[in-house]
Design a protein around this ligand. Sequence first.
Ligand code: DHB
Length: 390
Amino acid sequence: IKTQVAIMGAGPAGLMLSHLLAKQGIESVVVEIRSRKEIQETVRAGILEHGTVNLLVDSGVSDRVLREGDRHDGIELRFNGESHRINFKELVGESVWLYPQTDVFMDLAARREADGGAVHYSVTDTTVHDLEGKPKVWFTNADGQEFEIQADFLVGADGSRSHCRFQIPEANRKWYFHEYPFAWFGILAEAPRSADELIYANSENGFALISQRTETVQRMYFQCDPKENVANWDDERIWSEFRKRVNGNGFELKEGPVLEKMVLPFRSFVHTPMRHGNLFLAGDAAHTVPPTGAKGLNLAIHDVKVLFEGLDSFYSNGSTALLDSYSDRALDRVWKAQHFSYWMTSMLHTVPGAVDFDRARQLGELHSVVTSEHAKAYLAESYTGWPTSR
Ligand code: DHB
């Protein structure tokens, strides 16, 4: 198969890039080791920055996000048993949308299918070759047929366990890591909404996040040990943990049967540069953020927007300038998001072994934020999404 851009990974990053390229008449082939069903059934985060929503709507992927998603004009920070609203709309004039990543995937997959895009799910034996020249991808499709893709460029949008990333020689990359001493216990529960917006709760019993999915299904998380086993947690134990962290002063969570439970790993990772020869990395393949603040998907979509501009410019006027600046432009936002996710995490979570000073300092930090228009505006600007860097 000869094409212009080979894309590894049919998550939101890979499919969005393929869609944007197709609109400009640039050919791509996407290969993905998971099945469409498997991707669709993986529960992921649910908050979209306004820029992500605009790209989905303006590029014709989804107007379902506007009809079925919920616009949120703020969040609540809850500590010492009191909630403090951060009003995004008032502070920075922007909002976010609650619209699950799985729905973003479904919209993108449906659109690529309707447009006749080449997306191969459930492939095996993928290997990549000649990254510094004309890249090639070998794979076996779901029917057992073997293929070779020859492309001008290869995009590694193949997630946090990226195969592409590992093909880059050690001498040509630098990795940045940060580990956290906790994880999130996430649930889907059958219950009505407990509040109109998301609640990020700090408590001496640890962090909790009250999010939403639909009128009848809610998404919630509480800070836990990374080695926690979900089998040890029945519904009553789960709800009693949430009550300890969130309820009080007249606020009570609406409870119901737990439909799904899982432990989410927590780490910060950045691979630099995000390019090696004619291989470009995008999304989780190049960076992981902790989930606090829901930046993962939004960063991936931003990478792809910047990468698309580079590829479009190359194919329309032969210029490599925007491809050459891709890594720096993408990393600019990646490090802002790394800092924001780290900051939200450290401000809201309880570190095991924390002493009185740590706890009192943390409350001091939370008080500074909710009593300062400037600090609240920084939170609002970061949460709703920075403008694209030039
Ligand atoms: C959700 C996840 C997050 O990490 C977050 O910060 C907000 C919401 C969610 O799954 O709804």
